[in-house]
Every structure is written in structure tokens, then in C-alpha cells.
Design a protein around this ligand. Structure first.
Ligand SMILES: [Zn+2]
Length: 464
């Protein structure tokens, strides 16, 4: 469409003045006949009307809706379920973890594009928020800004940039090894200066003074800090006031108790710690529920888990740790670590329930808890009047079966209804990943998803 607009300068001035004086009314969308799970822990509110005025939930009222004529759109949800938008709190947008070295040779440009495809696809799965915890070249920071500024429609990102880690430890390959208090402080401040909005440390090999310096510096700059952690330094991180723990390998009951007392959030990343047995259980269960029709997705999610498969003891320990943490009242987070954001984020929510967490607590771990941790609970994380309209609409009740999160029909981000299909002719994350060339051996192993036979454990052999 082309438009010819010829305005005299004074007419233009009048137009600009009128636009300033009378800003265009915000889009008003009304969702009627909704069953709302608000994620405060309250039971389902049935037959509710939600009014979205611009980017805000302006009202949430029981019963039918009487149109006023001011609405732009009224959508009868016919009993569909509405929850807050989901958060995936442990992402690495450019990766297909755990096989994180598969694409080392890809160009930075290719990684930037893959990260954006990943995030935008995640939004269509209902993930309106992401926390990136370790990313090269500040690619996550760039997408955080691009989405915030409206250059593309994507999830809200809290980006860490590169992890802060000591030389020669896990992730000791990051460019500026954080060795000693001064170097740790410098690294944390540099991340913030470059646009990071959270800090991720790898505290496994950090000394106490470095750990404390990282936490103090992050908090002094008003950002939260999370730690890739395992015992025994996991306990130290919690005691020193870390905001959240990633993975929490070998976590003890003593640490779980301290986390409950301190209010430390736990992001157990169950999905990247599965054993053969659990992968098979998961695939059988999803097939029984009728969710295995997409062969490409099955192949890839199996390949991801397959590459990362831990020992059965390790997998069992992680599941039991999650169950014990839930029992102790530790605040939980959904974080997949493995990518893509959306597909594997859903799998992580299912793993919570398979590990013994209730459906309600799983939903809260994907919605309310992330917002609380990130300091945005006043505007996000629950479905309440006055909050930003980041919403997921599902055809079936996720509290009856957590896999009903797969029935997502609509997603709203900041009041905007997200197109649920990619642009015509564009590829999905998996397509893009495959086109970028993961090693053939990786794909070949995934072909044998039924047998789960594999050679060696890539994690324990130090490849990952
Ligand atoms: Zn990670």
C-alpha cells in the first residue's frame, strides 16, 4: 500500500500538536468467559471477564460482560484457561545445551539470529519472560534491548551477558577470569555497564572472598545474582546471601533448610539431568497423551536429553532434591538450561510434576516466583488488576494435567496478542539449528531414540 500525504507546514504542525494533545486511545481487548488461574495460589476463578486496556489488565470481574461500545475486540474464550505468562529462568539463547560446543564454529552473526529465533519461538509457547544466565558476546543483552525497544516482538529478557567465573573452573573459559576480589568486582560492574540486568556466577571453584564480593557488588548495583553451584560451596553461596541457585548438584538437606530460611530461590534444571529411564518415561507419557505427533520435535528433544544424559543415580538425586526442596517450602523456579526455550521449557514444567511437585506449585514456579525474584512482582507474575497483560490462554486446565500447557491457543505480551504462527516461509529453531550443522554423530545418535544406547557419558568424560 502506498500513501500520498501532502501537508502544508502549518497543517503538519496542527497535526503534530493534535497528536500530542490527544494521544490515540489504547487498544481495549476484552476476554470473556475465562477460567483464570491467577498464580497467587488461589483456586480457579471460573467465568471471569478480563479487560486489557493497552498493556494493563484494567479489570478482572466475575460473570458475563456487558459491552460498552468502547472495546476494540471482545473475545469469548468459551471456558479456556488463563494464566500469567511463563518464565524460563535458565536459558542460553544461542545454544542447544548440553551440546554447547556443537556450534562453536558458527559465526557471531549466525548465533545472534539463532538466539532471536529461539526467543521469539519461546514467546509463541507462552514464555513471555526469560532469564539468560551466561551468554557470549552479549547476544542476550542485544535481544533484551531489541525487544524492550520494540524492534521485534519477543519475551522480556533479564540478561546476564557472560558468566562471572574464576580461571580454570567450570566456565573458566570466559574472557575475563574473575580471580580475586578486585577482578570479581570489575567483572560484575562490567556486565552491568554493558547492559546486563542480572549477574550469573559460577561459584563452584570461587573462594569465599570472591563469592562475597560478587554478591555485594551485584546487590550494590541493584541487580539479582544467581550461582551455578554444587556442594560444598553451594551451602556457602546460600549463606552469603545469593538470590538463587542453579542446578544445586549434590544439595544437602542442611542447605535446603537454609534456603527455605533465607528465601533463596531454587532452579533445579531437572530436564538436563535426565537418565535413560526418565527420558523413556517422558516420551511414553507424552505419546500416551497424544503429544508426539511432531517427529522433528521428538527427535530433537530426545537428542538434547540423550547428549546430556547423566547416570541414573544422578538423575534420581536431582528429582529427589527438588521434591525435598518443595516439601521444605523453598521457592522454586522453572529453568530448562537446554534449548529451545519453549519446547524444553514445557518439558521442565512436566518434569516438576513427575518429580512430585504439585501442578499449582509448578505453575507458580513458572510465573509468580520468577517475578518475585527479579523484583517485578508489582507489575508481573500474577493475573491481577493493574498488572501488565502478559498472559497465556490454554484450551485445557493445566492444574488437571500439567501437559495441558501444550494446549496454548493465545499469548499476550504487554497487551499485544502474539501471532501464534511464525511468519509464512520462515523456519523454526530446530530447522535453523539443523541448517547450522550440529555434528553428524549427534544426529545419528538421536535416530536411535527407542534404544537409548550410547557410548560413554559425555558429561562425566569431560566433553560437556
Ligand atoms: Zn546453564
Amino acid at each position: 500500500m502506498t500513501r500520498n500525504i501532502r501537508l502544508m507546514p502549518c497543517a503538519l504542525a496542527v497535526l503534530i500538536f493534535s497528536l500530542l494533545a490527544f494521544p490515540a486511545a489504547a487498544q481495549v481487548t476484552v476476554l470473556t468467559n475465562a477460567n483464570v488461574i491467577d498464580a497467587t495460589g488461589a483456586p480457579v476463578q471460573e467465568g471471569v471477564t478480563l479487560v486489557i486496556d493497552g498493556n494493563v489488565i484494567s479489570s478482572l470481574t466475575p460473570g458475563p460482560y456487558a459491552p460498552t461500545g468502547e472495546e476494540d475486540e471482545i473475545i469469548d474464550l468459551a471456558g479456556a484457561y488463563v494464566t500469567p505468562g511463563f518464565w524460563n529462568m535458565h536459558v542460553h539463547l544461542t545454544a542447544l545445551l548440553p551440546h554447547n560446543h556443537a556450534l562453536d564454529n558458527a559465526s557471531v552473526g549466525a548465533k545472534v539470529i539463532r538466539a532471536g529465533v529461539n526467543a521469539m519461538e519461546g514467546l509463541r509457547h507462552g514464555f513471555t519472560g526469560l532469564r539468560s544466565v551466561g551468554e557470549e558476546h552479549n547476544i542476550d543483552v542485544v535481544w533484551q534491548q531489541a525487544f524492550d525497544e520494540g524492534f521485534a516482538l519477543g519475551p522480556r529478557i533479564f540478561a546476564s551477558g557472560e558468566s562471572v567465573a574464576p580461571t580454570a573452573g567450570h566456565r573458566g573459559d570466559v574472557p575475563d577470569g574473575a580471580d580475586g576480589v578486585a577482578a570479581v568486582r570489575k567483572a560484575v560492574r562490567s556486565r552491568i555497564q554493558q547492559g546486563a540486568s542480572v549477574i550469573k556466577i559460577v561459584n563452584v571453584e570461587m573462594l569465599q572472598d570472591e563469592l562475597v564480593a560478587a554478591i555485594e557488588t551485584a546487590h550494590s548495583l541493584g541487580v539479582t545474582i544467581t550461582a551455578h553451584s554444587r556442594e560444598p560451596t553451594l551451602y556457602d553461596a546460600v549463606a552469603a546471601g545469593i538470590d538463587s541457585i542453579e542446578h544445586g548438584y549434590d544439595i544437602t538437606d542442611e542447605t535446603i533448610q537454609l534456603m527455605a530460611e533465607m528465601g533463596t530461590f531454587y532452579d533445579p534444571t531437572i530436564i538436563c539431568n535426565l537418565s535413560d529411564e526418565y527420558i523413556r518415561e517422558r516420551e511414553d507419557r507424552l505419546a500416551a497423551l497424544g503429544w508426539s505427533e511432531d517427529e522433528q520435535a521428538v527427535k530433537w528433544r530426545t537428542a538434547i536429553a540423550y547428549a546430556d544424559e547423566r547416570s541414573p543415580e544422578h538423575a534420581l538425586h536431582q528429582r529427589q532434591a527438588l521434591a525435598r526442596a518443595a516439601e521444605a517450602g523453598v521457592k522454586l523456579l522453572i529453568g530448562s538450561d537446554s534449548m529451545p526455550v519453549g519446547e524444553i521449557g514445557w518439558l521442565e514444567m512436566e518434569q516438576f510434576v513427575l518429580s512430585g511437585v504439585s501442578e499449582m506449585d509448578t505453575l507458580i514456579a513458572a510465573t509468580r516466583n520468577p517475578a518475585e525474584l527479579l523484583g517485578v512482582l508489582d507489575s508481573l507474575g500474577t493475573v491481577e488488576e493493574g498488572k501488565l497483560a502478559d498472559l497465556v490462554v490454554m484450551a485445557a486446565n493445566p492444574l488437571e494435567n500439567i501437559s495441558n500447557i501444550r494446549t496454548v491457543t493465545m499469548v499476550f505480551k504487554d497487551g499485544i496478542s502474539v501471532p501464534m504462527e511464525p511468519e509464512p516461509g520462515t523456519l523454526r529453531f530446530y530447522d535453523y539449528y539443523e541448517s547450522q550443522g550440529p555434528p553428524q554423530s549427534f544426529l545419528e545418535r538421536s535416530e536411535d531414540a527407542s534404544g537409548f544406547v550410547r557410548e560413554g557419558n559425555p558429561y562425566e568424560s569431560g566433553q560437556l
